[in-house]
Each structure stands twice: as structure tokens, then as C-alpha cells.
Design a binder for this molecule. Structure first.
Ligand SMILES: *[C@@H]1O[C@H](CO)[C@@H](O)[C@H](O)[C@H]1NC(C)=O
Ligand SMILES: *[C@@H]1O[C@H](CO)[C@@H](O)[C@H](O)[C@H]1NC(C)=O
Ligand SMILES: *[C@@H]1O[C@H](CO)[C@@H](O)[C@H](O)[C@H]1NC(C)=O
Ligand SMILES: *[C@@H]1O[C@H](CO)[C@@H](O)[C@H](O)[C@H]1NC(C)=O
Ligand SMILES: *[C@@H]1O[C@H](CO)[C@@H](O)[C@H](O)[C@H]1NC(C)=O
Ligand SMILES: *[C@@H]1O[C@H](CO)[C@@H](O)[C@H](O)[C@H]1NC(C)=O
Ligand SMILES: *[C@@H]1O[C@H](CO)[C@@H](O)[C@H](O)[C@H]1NC(C)=O
Length: 858
């Protein structure tokens, strides 16, 4: 070890010790209703008995079911349940700010019905939660557990009383809690300017706050064990909160740059937050044309503290990177006093943060915090760029010492499915479980954002493809539904129900000739897929749930939830569903040409031209890009593969199978930690290792699809030599050795323009980057593929941009070989949708392989 390393190490050690001394009392972690134990990080949780003042009517219980998404059994598997008011009393230091975290895992408890649990929680006379239902909150967020975090103002008291009071408005109501953490923290708050009010400010150092969002902008999520100052906070990636197609670029400090906190308390944020950032990109001209925008759903009628963390690690002079910051369209740090990080900090590698207070009222379009950044032109900086390293958003208590919002409203579909006695679920949370907790209860508003869609009945699905590119959330209606949703649940349910058509089981039976085997066109993890005819002529595909598959039920729910909200030219359309007579079926548009896979290999049919393949990839990329960004909330598909890209009669690619999808802020503040799901051969290795899902996992899978389309072989082919089994590994290997051309589809040899091939392969390679951060966004992938298509078209001599996937049906290409291929395809596909497809799917060696490695077929 060099002297330099010694030096760095001792500095680190010194600052560690220094910090421990600063945070005077030890962090307290209490595992309620248990004898205590260690969590997955090796942290010890104490039993709660010695802190319990009034334990009249309290019971210790063990959860009846362990959701797979629980990262640790401690503190979640045990709970203390209170049927009458109860108080925990903790010793605290006077004049010290405290961080309090509550952990809730609303599970099926013996003898207690979790749906009856409504309660309030107060701490030191401050209402933190009121009429709070952990079950409803988890259900609406589709999370298994919740962590609510608060920061309590310094007081003169030597004890902190935490009161849990079951609601008296519900019979058999009870309160419960799984874990409580109490950590002394430096008072990191002070005088804060109110955005939108000239020179008015609020003193936050004496206020109580609830943590709403905490993000490591442009960086990976930071787990509690890696937080600074012993505060054990989680920092999540900001991708899900970015709004619009302009995502900027992730930048990272060089490894040998030292982060020098100077006067800033170390506990402000860990180094990892300051070492990464999001900037706009290198093109100054382009940067002037857009804003970096983040959007957060919050409760109305509160003031929020928006804390922006900055650290400049690339430039070292003032007036090099100067930018304007707006919060809710109002100047927070904009001309004439724009943000210049070097001017704030006096140096490269020196972090700082800036706080802004913003009032969020209850008007239409409110209930959100929007951060906009754009280069400052007035100060004529060297670069037109902006940068953000981290963001935290806190809710400030209101005048009546209250921080509580209301419960979220789970969507009508979920409620309806759960009220079906035949389909009783293990517990509320496990039904939808999968995503994990960590979200503050106030995110819930997000779950209310059910689409308001014109009550159009989409019976003749194929025809309505013309009405593509509709936003997920209708403009003016959206805001209406949000505020209405909170106060008037009835309104919401009717809207949700109007989204898709209900079929009776007899209609379904008639459509499929009583589920005749000859109508089966595919099988999936969910069950069989049948071809059917409704309304006397409209062809549909009907997915029938395998009644014995628990997984199927969950995926059924997810798919309805997702698809009823989504309408896009490149996403398969849900026409309706049937939940009747013990059957669950989903009815979709019929995709006349079946899956992408069957058109690129393992078939006796003719082969798609390169241009057609590019156009199909572009269509699928559009569909995924829309999922990731078209909605205000990121939706992660989780199972991108060539069998989930379907083709309609005009060769328009449609992404299908949303059974595993997850939505953005329904997730754990930026990612989902969950049991790994997806298909082997397409699985993002980073997701597999860290079990943290971001939309970059879809980008990885799409990279595999791109190579599959180019090389015409399955993602996994166990019959090949070991180094070739995985297409992702093999293609990357060949690409890096410069011999990719050796493995491309023989039918394409000599037909791809070399520049186009290079662009395509480079794009696919980037998608397969080991780290999610290094992978491009779906929007970049889309752009690159379109560029590749242009290169090909220019080379082919056909009119660039003249063709799109939708007009493939009419042959207007001058390339006669392409034409004859297309005609052959028309003929070759007449049998599509018949029983051939099933046998093909089952004959397919990779299908068998994936069933071998995972009996459920996933
Ligand atoms: C505890 O419960 C008993 C009976 O339920 C009641 O008589 C007593 O007053 C309660 N004590 C407290 C401190 O609430
Ligand atoms: C729990 O309570 C709800 C509503 O009060 C009721 O519908 C449900 O059947 C109960 N569940 C059990 C398992 O008793
Ligand atoms: C019970 O309901 C009343 C009126 O609906 C409300 O004012 C009160 O706060 C509720 N109590 C609890 C504990 O939620
Ligand atoms: C916000 O405050 C206004 C006026 O006091 C009230 O009418 C409205 O219901 C409140 N909104 C929420 C969501 O509490
Ligand atoms: C900011 O302005 C844009 C465009 O005028 C609008 O769509 C958006 O809702 C506004 N955001 C807020 C939080 O007011
Ligand atoms: C950037 O955001 C500000 C404040 O919301 C807005 O006034 C401006 O029009 C936005 N600029 C662009 C290019 O969207
Ligand atoms: C308590 O929460 C439930 C569920 O969100 C809601 O229906 C009810 O109106 C709330 N009650 C009060 C008094 O706010």
C-alpha cells in the first residue's frame, strides 16, 4: 500500500470517528413484538418491551406469510398489535434533531383482520399519520411493506413519546408496527427562501418534516449501510422521476478526485451522491432547447422543502457551467441569480446543498413538485449546461402540527378482484407483492392516476390503431381525476371500469368454441392463448388463466392494470377481460402475424429483409420508450424478448405481455427490489446480482433482442459449445473482436450496409453494458436505430424516411428482392395463428430449456 493510500485511509478513519462523536447517541433500532435479532445488514434490532409504556391490549404476532420481496425478516416478520391506545417512550437528548423511521408490513395476522386496521401515530404531540391504513397504502402502491421517515425538530423534552391509537370509527380496529428506528442527527436545516415570494423565508431548523423522496441523481442507489453520518438513509436513482424524453447524461467524478466536504457536515449526503450527477450533454446548442425536468407527486396543502445537492467535479472556474433552477415554474435560482456550483463552493470536488421552500396548494394541476433546470444565457457562461447531483424533498408540518395525508385509493380492478371469494388471496399485500416498501405514504397519490380515457369501446381493435400516440394520461382530465380520486372514490371506480370491456364467460366460450384445443395459438406462464371471434367477425386473442396458477392470478391483475392504462401504436391493445364462472381471461387484438421470433429463425417460412427487421425493432423500441417515458411514471416491462414482440397484419411491431410489469413511483423510490423475474437469456445481469430493477433492465433485454434479430438464433441455445450458449455473451465477444459479421444471419450476408450494421451493432452492444448506468435510454436506442435505418435506406437508394412499419403492406420499394420476399411472406403466413404456432413454440429448444431451468416457464 502506498503512502498516499495510507493517508486517504487515515483521513477516512478520522472522519468516521469524528462523525461517531458528532452523532452523540447511538442509533436505536427496535423490532416490535419480538425478542429482537439481526437484519440482513448485520444490524441489531432490540426487543420493544422496555420502551412500551402502556401495553394494555397489546399482542405480539408473527406474520403469517413472508413476502418474497422482503429484504430481511427482521423487523418485518414480527409485529406488535394494539387494540387500545399505546405509547412507546424513548430517551432522547434535548435540543437535538431526531430521525424516526416506522416500518410496516401489513400481513395476514392470526385472529386479526388487517383490513380493519386504521390508526393514528403521533410523536411528541405531532400527528404523523392519521386514519392510516398500511394495508390500503401498500395495496395501492403494490408494495409489500412501507417505511415512513420523519425528521423531528429539537425539543426540550428528555423523552420522546410515540402514541399509536386505533381508530374508533371502525369496529375491531387495531394499530400495529413492525419496527421503529430513532437516530439523532445534526440539524441540517435552517433559514430557507420561499420560492415565488420575494425575500420571504421560513426557519426550518425548528420544524418537523416528513421525508418524501431521496435520490442520487445520475447515480446508482445507495443502501442504508453505505449512507454517510450513520443516518442509514436509502438513496434511490432518479430515472423514474425524470419527465419527458430529454434525460440528459450521467456524469461521474474521476476515481482519484477527492471529495472535500470543507464546512459541510459529512452527514449531508454520502460521497456516492456527490460523485455522480446528471448533466444535459455536450451539445450547447441542443441544451438551450430543453429543460431537465423531474416530477414528484405530493400531498396538497403542505409546504415542501426541496434540497438540491451539488458538487462540480469536471470544471474548476466560475462562469463555466451556469444554470437556472425553477421549482413549479417559479424561479428558485434563476437569472439574475442563477446557479454556479463553483461560485457556491469555491472549488472543484467541494459539495454543497441548497434548500428551497415551495407551497403546494390544492388547485387543478397541483399536488406535484416539478424541478426544471436550463442553462443560464444571461450570464454567458463558457458551457450551456446544468447539473444536479442529488435531491431530497421533505414535507413540512402544517400550522396544526400535522404531517398526515390521506390514504391512497387502490384502483377499482384490484378491489373487485379481491372481493371475489373464490379467488381469495393470501393477504392483501402478497397479492400484488413484488415491489418493496420504502415509499412514504404520501406517494400514494400516484396510484390514483388511473387513466381518464374517453369512453371509447375498443371492440374492433385493429381499426383503432389509427388512433395511436395518445398520451396515457389525458390532459385536463388527469388533474380532475387526481383530486376527485382523493375525495370521491366512486367517481374513480366508474372511470376505471369504463376502461375496458367486460365479457361474460358464455361470450368467451362462444368465441373460442368452448376453449377448443384447435384454437390454441400459444402457451405462456399464465396459461393458454386461444384465437377467437367476437361480435360476429372480429378476430381476437384470448388468454385464459390457468386456474391453478397463483402466479397467473397476479400477472392477470398486473396486466389488466397496465394495459387498461396504456394505448399506443406499438403496444398490444387489451379489448377487455372476463372474470366470471371461475374463469379469468384477457381479450386482446389479434396479431395476425404472431411473434417476431417465428419470423427470424426456426421456421420454414421465408425470411424478413434487413429493412423490415429494422423497422420492427424501431417499432418495438418506440413501444418500450413510451412505457419508460411516455407516461409520467416509468413502466418497466421486465420480460422483453422476441416472443413478446408481436406483429400485426401490416408488420407493425407491438410489445405484449405486461404480466410482470412494474410502474415507476409505485416502486421503491426509484427501483424495485424484488424476486428476479424475466426470461433466461434476456436477464439483466445487474438486476440479477442486485435484485434492483430499473428501466435499464429492459434496455439490456432489448439489446439481446437486437442481436437475436441480427444473428437469427435464440438468446440461449444449450446445444452450442459453451462459449456460444448465451447470445449476449457470444455476440459481445464477436463484436469486440470485430468478427460480428461471421455470426450474422446468413440470409442477411451482403445485404446490410456496413455503416448501418456498425450503428446497429454498436447500439446493441451499448444496451448490453454491464452497468445500467452505462446503457443508453430507450429514447437513444430508438434514435440510433432510426439513424441505422436511414443509413440503410440511403445505401439502398430508396427515399429515406418514406417508409414506416405501418405502410409495409403496400409494396413501394424498388428493391425487387425485398418485394418478392414480402410477397412470399404474405403467402407463407396464411397459416399463422393456427395450431402450428403452438407446436413450434413447444418444439423450440430454447422454450424447453427455459422450462427446464424454471418449471413455471419464466
Ligand atoms: C387496561 O385494561 C383493563 C381492562 O381491559 C382496564 O380496566 C384498565 O383500566 C386498562 N389500563 C389502562 C392503563 O388503560
Ligand atoms: C376482513 O374484513 C373485511 C371487511 O371488514 C371482510 O370483507 C373480510 O372478509 C375479512 N377477512 C377475513 C379473513 O375475515
Ligand atoms: C372519525 O370520523 C370523524 C368524522 O367522520 C372524524 O372527524 C374523526 O377524526 C374520525 N376519527 C378517527 C380516529 O379517524
Ligand atoms: C386544501 O385546503 C383547502 C382549503 O382549506 C380545502 O378545501 C381542500 O379540501 C384541502 N385539500 C386537501 C387535499 O386536503
Ligand atoms: C409548469 O408549466 C407547464 C407549462 O406551462 C405546465 O404544464 C405544468 O403543469 C406547470 N407545472 C406546475 C407544477 O405548475
Ligand atoms: C423550462 O422551464 C421553465 C420553468 O418551468 C419554463 O419557463 C421554460 O419554458 C422551460 N423551457 C423549455 C425549453 O421547456
Ligand atoms: C379513512 O380512510 C378510509 C380509507 O382510505 C377512507 O375511506 C375514510 O374516509 C377515511 N376517514 C376519515 C375520517 O378520513
Amino acid at each position: 500500500m502506498t503512502n498516499r493510500n495510507h493517508f486517504v485511509l487515515s483521513v477516512a478513519l478520522f472522519s468516521l470517528i469524528f462523525n461517531v462523536i458528532l452523532v452523540s447517541s447511538q442509533p436505536l433500532a427496535v423490532d416490535c413484538g419480538s425478542k429482537g435479532g439481526k437484519d440482513e445488514d448485520g444490524r441489531t434490532w432490540e426487543p420493544d418491551t422496555k420502551y412500551l409504556l402502556q401495553s394494555n391490549g397489546s399482542v405480539q404476532l408473527q406474520a403469517g406469510y413472508q413476502d418474497p420481496s422482503l429484504l430481511s425478516t427482521v423487523p418485518y416478520m414480527n409485529a406488535r398489535i394494539f387494540t387500545s391506545p399505546a405509547t412507546y417512550q424513548f430517551p432522547i437528548k434535548t435540543k437535538e434533531r431526531y430521525l424516526v423511521r416506522f416500518h410496516f408490513y401489513p400481513s395476514a395476522f392470526p385472529n386479526f383482520n388487517i383490513t380493519n386496521s386504521y390508526f393514528s401515530v403521533a410523536a411528541g404531540g405531532l400527528t404523523l399519520m392519521n386514519n392510516f391504513s398500511a394495508a390500503i397504502t401498500c395495496q395501492a402502491l403494490t408494495q409489500a411493506y412501507l417505511v415512513n421517515e420523519y425528521s423531528l425538530a429539537p425539543s426540550d423534552s428528555e423523552v420522546l413519546n410515540i402514541n399509536l391509537t386505533p381508530s374508533t370509527n371502525y369496529t375491531n380496529s387495531f394499530a400495529f408496527v413492525n419496527g421503529i428506528e430513532l437516530i439523532a442527527m445534526p440539524n441540517l436545516f435552517g433559514m430557507t427562501n420561499m420560492v415565488g415570494y420575494d425575500s420571504s423565508s421560513v426557519d426550518v431548523s425548528t420544524e418537523n418534516l416528513q421525508m418524501m423522496f431521496r435520490l442520487n441523481v445520475g447515480g446508482q442507489s445507495v443502501p442504508p449501510s453505505k449512507d454517510a453520518g450513520g443516518l442509514l438513509r436509502s438513496w434511490y436513482n432518479d430515472d423514474p422521476y425524470l419527465y419527458g424524453a430529454a434525460m440528459g447524461v450521467n456524469i461521474e467524478a474521476s476515481k482519484n478526485l477527492r471529495i472535500d466536504y470543507k464546512d459541510l457536515p459529512k452527514s449531508s449526503a454520502p460521497e456516492d451522491v456527490y460523485r455522480t450527477a446528471r448533466a444535459m450533454g455536450r451539445d450547447s446548442k441542443l441544451n438551450l432547447k430543453f429543460n431537465l425536468t423531474w416530477l414528484f407527486q405530493v400531498d396538497a396543502n403542505f409546504t415542501y422543502i426541496v434540497r438540491l445537492h451539488f458538487c462540480e467535479f469536471q470544471l474548476d472556474k466560475v462562469n463555466q457551467r451556469v444554470f437556472n433552477v425553477y421549482i413549479n415554474n417559479q424561479s428558485a435560482q434563476a437569472d439574475p441569480s442563477p446557479a454556479d456550483i463553483i461560485a457556491f463552493t469555491d472549488g472543484k470536488g467541494v459539495p454543497t446543498y441548497k434548500d428551497y421552500a415551495i407551497v403546494v396548494s390544492d388547485g387543478p394541476g397541483d399536488e406535484m413538485v416539478q424541478i426544471d433546470m436550463t442553462p443560464s444565457t444571461a450570464s454567458k457562461p463558457e458551457y450551456y449546461d446544468s447539473q444536479l447531483n442529488g435531491v431530497e424533498i421533505f414535507k413540512l408540518n402544517d400550522g396544526s402540527k400535522n404531517l398526515a395525508g390521506s390514504n391512497p385509493q387502490p384502483s377499482a380492478m384490484l378491489l373487485q378482484a379481491e372481493s371475489e371469494p373464490k379467488r381469495s388471496f393470501k393477504s392483501n399485500s402478497s397479492v400484488i407483492g413484488g415491489a418493496t416498501g420504502g415509499a412514504a405514504a404520501a406517494f400514494v397519490v400516484v396510484a390514483l392516476l388511473i387513466v381518464v380515457y374517453t369512453k371509447k369501446k375498443r371492440v374492433h381493435g385493429v381499426e383503432s390503431h389509427t388512433s395511436s400516440w395518445l398520451p396515457i394520461y389525458g390532459n385536463s382530465h388527469t388533474t380532475g381525476s387526481k383530486s376527485d380520486g382523493k375525495s370521491n372514490s366512486g367517481h374513480l371506480s366508474t372511470l376505471a371500469q369504463g376502461l375496458s370491456r367486460h365479457f361474460s364467460i358464455s361470450e368467451i366460450k362462444q368465441a373460442t368454441k368452448n376453449f377448443d384445443e384447435s384454437n390454441v395459438i400459444g402457451v405462456g406462464g399464465f396459461g393458454k392463448v386461444y384465437k377467437g371471434i367476437i361480435d360476429g367477425g372480429t378476430k381476437v386473442a384470448i388468454k385464459r388463466s390457468n386456474p391453478s396458477s397463483e402466479q397467473g392470478i397476479n400477472e392477470f391483475q398486473t396486466e389488466i392494470e397496465m394495459l387498461s392504462k396504456l394505448r399506443h401504436k406499438h403496444l398490444v391493445s387489451l379489448i377487455g377481460f372476463c372474470e366470471d364462472g371461475g374463469e379469468m381471461c384477457l381479450v386482446y387484438d389479434y396479431m395476425a402475424r404472431g411473434t417476431l421470433r417465428e419470423h427470424i429463425y426456426n421456421n420454414k417460412k421465408s425470411h424478413l429483409s434487413w429493412k423490415q427487421r429494422l423497422e420492427i425493432c424501431i417499432g418495438a423500441a418506440r413501444g418500450l420508450h413510451y412505457l419508460h417515458t411516455g407516461a409520467k411514471y416509468t413502466i418497466i416491462h421486465r420480460d422483453v424478448k422476441t416472443t413478446n414482440i408481436l406483429l400485426d397484419e401490416n408488420w407493425v411491431a407491438k410489445v405484449s405481455d405486461f404480466g410482470l410489469s412494474k410502474t415507476g413511483p409505485d416502486m421503491n423510490q426509484g427501483h424495485v427490489s424484488t424476486v428476479v423475474k424475466g426470461s433466461f437469456g434476456y436477464l439483466d445481469p445487474e438486476y440479477f446480482r442486485r435484485q434492483q430493477l430499473t428501466e435499464k433492465s429492459d434496455v439490456y433485454s432489448f439489446g439481446v433482442v437486437l442481436f437475436e434479430v441480427l444473428c437469427a438464433r435464440p438468446a440461449l441455445n444449450p446445444s452450442l459449445p459453451k462459449e456460444q450458449v448465451s447470445l449476449a455473451d457470444w455476440a459481445l465477444h464477436c463484436q469486440r473482436k470485430g468478427v460480428l459479421e461471421d455470426i450474422i444471419d446468413p440470409h442477411l450476408k451482403g445485404k446490410i450496409n456496413p455503416e448501418c450494421l456498425k450503428k446497429f451493432a454498436d447500439t446493441a452492444e451499448k444496451c448490453l453494458s454491464d452497468h445500467g448506468l452505462e446503457r443508453p435510454h430507450m429514447g437513444d436506442v430508438l434514435w440510433n436505430l432510426e439513424f441505422a435505418l436511414q443509413l440503410q435506406e440511403t445505401a439502398d437508394g430508396s427515399k429515406p424516411g418514406s417508409s414506416s412499419t405501418s405502410d409495409q403492406g403496400s409494396v413501394h420499394s424498388t428493391d425487387s428482392s425485398v418485394r418478392s420476399q414480402r410477397e412470399a411472406l404474405h403467402v407463407g403466413n396464411l397459416s399463422l395463428g393456427s395450431e402450428h404456432e403452438l407446436s413450434e413454440e413447444v418444439d423450440n429448444e430454447s422454450a424447453i430449456f427455459s422450462q427446464l431451468v424454471n418449471p413455471k416457464g419464466r
